[in-house]
Design a protein around this ligand. Structure first.
Ligand code: PNS
Length: 158
């Protein structure tokens, strides 16, 4: 059984993330989305809220599970019994940072392989931070997130 994790902050989940999740769920038998709870960044949403939104937007994908984790991503992968680690690449600028993390993870957990999926060009510009910024200034985020996430972002920023 091919099992992978897709770790991230998902604060909040965007259409770009969902695109990566849908494609990764076809490549692996089981995909576990890992929502990081010990991020250095101060998130807008609590880990429970991020997990809830991810469960909602992935409910059409039967082989996708959502969990939260703390500590090292590779330890989470090991706990899940996964040997694949999925990350999305939007642009060359992501690559340097992602390659560094992937190489580091390879040294500490050689049995886990990082798989990069290039983001659909439609979402190449999209990030959770830009969604929050646009929403904070009253902009329309309906092209970036699902309606349920849009509602949660507006509720949170009220
Ligand atoms: O969505 P993000 O914020 O780009 O995700 C980054 C994430 C969660 C993949 C990365 O920060 C991470 O793996 N953090 C957990 C700590 C860890 O494993 N560090 C070692 C690699 S730097």
């Amino acid at each position: 059984m091919k099992k992978a994790i897709y770790p991230g902050s998902f604060d909040p989940v965007t259409l770009g993330h969902i695109d990566v999740i849908e494609r990764a769920s076809k490549l692996f038998d089981h995909l576990i989305i890992g929502v990081l709870c010990n991020s250095a960044k101060t998130p807008l949403f609590s880990v429970e809220e991020r997990v809830k939104m991810l469960r909602e937007v992935t409910k059409h994908l039967p082989n996708v599970e959502v969990k939260s984790f703390g500590g090292l991503t590779v330890d989470f992968a090991r706990e899940c019994g996964a040997n694949g680690l999925v990350r999305g690449l939007r642009a060359v600028t992501d690559f340097e940072y992602e390659l560094q993390i992937a190489q580091l993870n390879r040294v500490i957990a050689p049995e886990i392989d990082t798989v990069f999926l290039t983001t659909n060009l439609k979402y190449a510009y999209l990030s959770s931070s830009s969604v929050k910024e646009v929403a904070a200034y009253g902009g329309d985020i309906s092209s970036f997130v699902t309606p349920c996430v849009e509602e949660e972002v507006h509720k949170k920023l009220k």
